[in-house]
Design a protein around this ligand. Structure first.
Ligand code: OXD
Ligand code: MN
Length: 579
């Protein structure tokens, strides 16, 4: 129940359409969460894990055909097709509403309709935005409770502001042929049917905080980005913040909670967010950022004592696991967990063996509150956000892209972001390991025409008197035998160190046509077991390779036709001439 008429009317309309047995307004309380959990235990939707080793932890096994985001049935429905751009699937809003309403008709018979008011970002932040998700999935409610500020306080803000994103979701019958994720950015609304998987069903995350928010951000003069936010504190106690964009499953969560190696005594990394970043120009001419989320929906496989000890530490209580395996004594288990235990059941609940491997689905996940993270910082709650000193773009590239590259200007930085490419991963359905263009790691998430988006990036820079420095990194370079040249994980601190020294003007740079590179010896490699010549390979510029890369980027940018900003093409021409 709400005193906000627009919200009550919408809930009533949806109730008439979907015909649930009952409607439950979620208040986000402990009692509500416990009651829902009990109901899910009874229905088998959720399984309690070992209460001695993992108190409060639960396991959800999704439908085996519903384990990832589904980009091929994700649509942006704008009145003008051009506004959605080549980067999105498009459907006319009327047609999309009609198709979705036919699916939603009567789909909640025998079910409960949950009303979830939520706030993306700190409740009292002017940068935050609110939404309401209507769903028939109790699992979604439990996840939204960890991932967003959900319940009474959010509802109070929505009633005060009168404006909110409307998200309607039903798991439907999980038939992949009847699965659509539709966005109506001009109406601030989302309709998602037929999937219970995270990115398709937790509408606050990718649907609202990226696709709808990116569109809204363009209109309002800010940026909604697929970026982690970390604070790097030096031994003098000064903290500088970095926002970094990587495609899904390229180690954003690991980087967000990195533990500095022993060669960095007195340094600390503070986690503000691991996936989404909303940034706004501040009155001081800098960019200020908040993490709109309140939790992590991280990839489980590969999370271990060497790759991400902080994540491991936060996963031993009050976490929801989705599609991981379990041990004989009912502990969660995944490949790379490194606990010396053996899985007994795989993610489908089948006895584990060579024929039923892997134990955990490659896109299996954990959901946990950000406050459980050992490197969590209260700065994540600051209403004004944190000031960003550096923006880092990165992809998964076996060749060409050096370990780190600094843009010469904001405009060059926008080109580095727009030219990003990466090998595909299991986070979305489709072929894995294919290089695809993924500008700013937003290919699946930009809610409008990429051409307009790049122009918006250029415009944002024009309004900043102290813009962040922009970099491109690549942790995934391989040698001719396919071995990684750089150790990655905690050792990436060495690169962040260089990045911040560059921001502060504390170190030199080797200028090249494609960007600034570290001077030999300027990235500390002490104690690393690098292959001979690795550092040279990691900081070399392959002129012929770059010529090919730049022509590919040029051709790609031009596919956006008239919407491709001339400023970006000019910048590319400048770099190409410099080669
Ligand atoms: C995610 C993704 O879940 O990018 O964060 O797929
Ligand atoms: Mn992501």
């Amino acid at each position: 129940m709400t005193r906000l008429e627009a919200l009550q009317e919408w809930v009533d309309d949806v109730t008439r359409l979907t015909r649930p047995d009952r409607v439950q307004w979620c208040d986000g309380s402990e009692g509500e969460a416990r009651a829902l959990q009990q109901a899910m235990f009874a229905s088998g939707e959720l399984i309690a894990l070992n209460a001695d080793t993992h108190p409060g932890c639960t396991l959800h096994r999704s439908d085996p055909g519903d384990v990832a985001r589904v980009e091929h049935v994700t649509y942006i429905c704008t009145a003008d097709r051009e506004d959605a751009g080549l980067n999105n699937h498009w459907m006319a809003p009327d047609e999309a509403h009609a198709r979705m309403d036919a699916l939603f008709e009567g789909c909640m018979e025998g079910r409960t309709l949950y009303v979830i008011p939520y706030c993306m970002g700190p409740i009292d932040s002017p940068l935050s935005r609110c939404g309401v998700e209507l769903t028939d999935s109790a699992y979604v409610v439990a996840n939204m409770r960890l991932m967003t500020r959900m319940g009474g306080a959010a509802l109070a803000r929505i009633e005060r502001e009168g404006r909110f994103v409307r998200g309607l979701h039903s798991i439907g019958d999980l038939d992949p042929e009847r699965r659509y994720i539709m966005h109506f950015p001009e109406e601030l609304s989302i309709k998602s049917f037929g999937s219970g998987y995270g990115g398709n069903a937790l509408l606050g995350k990718k649907c609202h905080a990226l696709r709808i928010a990116s569109h809204q951000a363009r209109d309002e003069g800010w940026l909604a980005e697929h970026m982690l936010i970390v604070g790097v504190e030096n031994p003098q106690g000064e903290t500088h913040y970095i926002a970094a964009a990587f495609p899904s499953q390229c180690g954003k969560t690991n980087l967000a909670m990195l533990i500095p190696p022993e060669s960095y005594p007195g340094w600390k990394i503070w986690t503000v967010g691991d996936d989404i970043c909303w940034m706004r120009p501040g009155e001081d001419g800098r960019l200020w950022a908040i993490n709109p989320e309140a939790g992590f929906f991280g990839v489980a496989p590969g999370t271990g004592p060497d790759t991400n000890p902080n994540a491991l530490a936060m996963l031993d209580r009050d976490a929801i696991f989705t599609n991981v395996g379990v041990t004989a004594d009912n502990q969660p288990w995944w490949e790379g967990k490194g606990d010396g235990l053996e899985p007994a059941l795989n993610w489908k609940g089948e006895p584990y063996g060579p024929d039923t491997a892997p134990a955990a689905h490659p896109n299996s996940r954990f959901t946990v509150s950000i406050s459980r993270c050992p490197s969590y910082t209260e700065a994540a709650e600051a209403p004004q956000g944190v000031p960003i000193s550096a923006i880092v773009f990165g992809g998964r590239r076996a060749g060409l892209m050096p370990l780190v590259l600094q843009a010469g200007s904001w405009r060059h930085g926008v080109l580095l972001g727009a030219g990003m490419a990466s090998e595909t991963t299991a986070a979305a359905t489709g072929k894995v390991g294919v290089v695809r263009r993924d500008p700013m790691a937003m290919k699946p998430f930009c809610g409008y025409n990429y051409g307009d988006y790049w122009q918006h990036w250029l415009n944002i820079g024009d309004g900043l008197s102290s813009p962040p420095e922009v970099f491109h990194v690549n942790w995934f370079r391989k040698d001719d035998e396919g071995r990684f040249l750089w150790p990655g994980f905690g050792e990436n601190m060495r690169v962040l160190d260089w990045v911040l020294r560059r921001c502060l003007g504390d170190t030199g740079v080797v200028e090249s046509a494609v960007g600034g590179l570290p001077e030999p010896g300027d990235i500390d490699v002490d104690g690393l077991d690098l292959a001979p010549g690795a550092m040279d390979a990691l900081t070399a510029v392959d002129v012929e390779g770059w010529r090919r890369e730049l022509s590919e980027i040029d051709a790609y940018l031009r596919t956006y036709g008239e919407r491709t900003p001339q400023g970006l093409l000019d910048e590319l021409a400048r770099v190409r001439d410099g080669l």
